[in-house]
Structure formats: C-alpha cells, structure tokens
Design a protein around this ligand. Sequence first.
Ligand SMILES: [Zn+2]
Length: 313
Amino acid sequence: MPFLKLKKPLKGLKELRDFDPGLSDLAALLIGAKPVLYTDFSADGWPYIRGLCEALKLKYLMPEAVYGKAGFKAVPKSGKRMLLIGRGTKALKDAAKSWLRSPTDPAWGLLLGYPECCVRAYIEWRSLAAKTDLVNFTFGRTLKKERFHFGLNNVFNYFSRLTGQPADREAFARIRAANKDLDLSALQVISWHPCSYGCGPSAKLAGEIFSFLSACLPERAAELKERLGKPVLFRDKYEYLVLAGSAKKGEARYSGLSEPRGLLPEALLKKIEAGNLLKAGKDSVAVFRGSRPLYKITSARPFSLLDFTASKG
Ligand SMILES: [Zn+2]
C-alpha cells in the first residue's frame, strides 16, 4: 500500500508514501535523529517528493547533477535518480560534498546521522561480507543474547547488505517472490544496521522513531511491531523462520510460523511446525510438543535464536 493516511494532517499533508523516501528514514529525519537522508526516485514520483519537502520545509539537492555518477549510484537502467533531503542547507551541502566518498568511509555514515558505533561496525563487516552475513556478524557482537528491541530487527532489511554476487542476487529474488504480498524493504524501524542487538544509541533512536510513527501512522506502526517483534530462528541471510510466540533463555514457545518467510527447506519447516517449543543449542535445534521431544535438527551451520521481543532498549 504505497500511500498511508495520516492520523491527523502533518503540516497540511494528509498522507505519506512508504517508499522513496522510506518511512523509517523520513521519520528519523523529521524527529531530528538524522540530518540528511538519501533516496532514489523516479520521474513520476517527483511531484510527491517536491510537495513533501515544501510542506515539511525540507531542503533537497540532486547530487548527481553536481557531482556526477561516481560514488553512490541509482540502480543502472532503472531510470531513477538520486536525491538528498535534509532539514538544513549546511548538512545537505556537507553530504553532497561527500557524495564521492565510499560507503565504507566512516565520514559518510556519520554525515547521515547514524550512531558512530554502528558506522564503524558496518565498515568492519564489509570486509567480511562475502563469508558472513551481517545478521550473524551483529549477533556475534551482541553480549546479552536475549530480549532485543524489536526496532533493531534488521533480518528483513537487505539494503546495504547484498553482495552483488549472482547467487546472492538469485536468493534475494527468491525471497522477494516468497513474500510477494509483503514489502520487505519497508519492514524496518531504523534505516541503518545496528552494531549489536544491544546497541544503546540505536535502541534509543528506534524508540523515538517508533513513537513518531505510532502518533502519525498507528496502523503502520502496529504492523511493524507485529512483524519485527518476534523470535527469529536464524541460520543465514535467507535461511530463517519467524515464530509466532515468545522466547526466553534460548527457548522459544510458539503457536506457529509467521511471515516473512525465509528460504529454509520445507521438510525442516514441517518439523518446527509440528512443535510448540524449541531450544536452539550450539549445533542443533530441539523441537518439542509440550514436554514431549519431537525432533533434533542438526545443522553444519548453527542456528541462532534472535529474540526481538523487547520494546525498551
Ligand atoms: Zn551502535
């Protein structure tokens, strides 16, 4: 649903579009969590963006017109162009001057207003990206392994996480096809990747962005919490399942599986669905129905139970 009706008009606007720019990014800009955002856009989307910026007194700049196509590019042949939107002219110009920087230059992430700890962790991950998915990297850096703020759930956020390799592109296309009624790219509260699932600055901002969304777009906010605030049994970038339930100390109690759907084998899903309690161990997942053990699922690559059920950081 591309246009969402606001609960009450926002500076004369009655609705917001949920892409170009993404809502979480726009919310972060409007509450002052970010000074600048960048987005791509198509020509037919321009009247909306211009109207949005005029109503909300936001400034904008097309960096490619000034700095060429080096640096961050719109997807080739998409016909889209890149745009920077900011609250003030100075922040906008500073970001535009950095357009040629690499996304792995810390200055770029900091200009966009991401917490410094998260910018540094993301850059560290980029050198490992071919071997380790960002979510496993982030979980590895997380000290306390349970009750993460749901706003830090980036399992479905593939932005800045795709490697561009053919196998990765193919898996990304398959996971989108498996969730064709859901817009995975809209399932996020923070538009950046946290440095750990215990990151204090990101959890604080997630809470603020979510409060803004709750006040303006309560139905969308409720949907985000519903989708993101669940335990996820996670093996790899496209191999996970979302549990309808709760988790505690490495155990999840659940009534079934939720969307989005990952790309785990159907036989494995059936085993999990047959139970209502699972325990994620180092090299296996034990599935129970009540106290009765049903299956022990072993896997060469370990599963982790990511518990995104907290509302406070
Ligand atoms: Zn952080």
